[in-house]
Design a protein around this ligand. Sequence first.
Ligand code: SF4
Length: 426
Amino acid sequence: MDMEEKEIEYPKFKESMVKTHTILIPNMLPIHMSLFEQVLLQSGYKVEIMRNEGPDVVSEGLKYVHNDTCYPALLVIGQFIDNLNHRDDLDKVVCLITQTGGGCRASNYLHLLRKALIKAGYGYIPVVSLNMSNLEKDSGFKYTPKLIFKLAAALTYGDLIMYLNNKCRTYEKEKGATMALTEKWVKELSNQFANGKGTSYKAQKKNCYAISKSYDNLDLDLSHKKPKVGIVGEIYIKYAALGNNHLEDFLVSQDAEAMVPGLYGFMLYCFWNNIYDTEIYGRWKKKALITKFLLWFMQRREKIMIASMEGTKFTPMKLFKETKEMSEGVISHGTKMGEGWLLTAEMMELQEIGYENIICAQPFGCLPNHICGKGVMKKIKSLHPDANIVAIDYDPSATKVNQENRIKLMLAIAKERIKEDDKAEL
Ligand code: SF4
């Protein structure tokens, strides 16, 4: 068979569609996505964050994606098709999907989505790829420096608010006060973006300090220790409520504090891996120069975010370079498929900053996460004997009840330890 002859021409997202077509985006991180949505709207794109959930999402995914495929791909593609099934503006929509551009299967999600759309009868709908590797050169979606600058600011705010929101939710005296503050900040920052403000280094510094202070002023009941649980794992399953069955909400309902490492870590990990590849293989030198600049640019903003928590009651997260060092001796930095060594480093960091209880969210079909998650648990436990880590599998047939029961067992151990500590203190 002549492959070139058989190559399919997929519909492209052209510049002429920017004003007329709505870009559908999966909702991986609700706080971040609300801010990204505002930045994209402000840059002239029509966007809609998909919030559809329910059994139809999984069944559409199962129908149109091979059952060997990673669970995050199945869910995201199922969510697109379920969303399209309920629209009447099908000639004016575009699907946006992220690709890491690395060696992992996430780089193929774009093609999996295109194939699924054809099978579902939506082959005429363009798909746009959001990636850091320039995998699609003729797309109408343009990364201008201005857009990157704004998205970076939204990322800084998103990570800080997510972190502080999780720090306060379990301890709030007035029910709902934390979420109300979070919504207030998302609205305030969206307004700033809409008015062309909030993205400069100076503005980010001012906003980050104001955000940290406002959460520090919330009325919290810190008189009793509660289990502190870190969530790590594959990027989509770790963050998306659709993927992890609303894990953060479940932990709060069980009177535990949830902590999810920010998106900064993954972003900086991708940049750092590019530089590492150049050092090892001596190739892509020009690309490494750009990446070095981006790494420096983002790390400056990471410092503001962390420094803004100084003087508050919150223990901040570690800087990326410190987190990276923590994985040394546990896993090689050459392990960089999927979340790679970052997953291990995040588990080590969580141990250091007081989150000895960890849920490692593992999707079906994900080999890298099994190696860098489950594969290193024994080593982490040997270094941190109090580590209480549980790996939870997420796949279309795993029941929520089963997942929650396993988490409850982990929490029972955590609560028992708190009791023992309290007794010892008395
Ligand atoms: S990290 Fe895991 S789930 Fe994600 S694309 Fe790679 S193999 Fe699939």
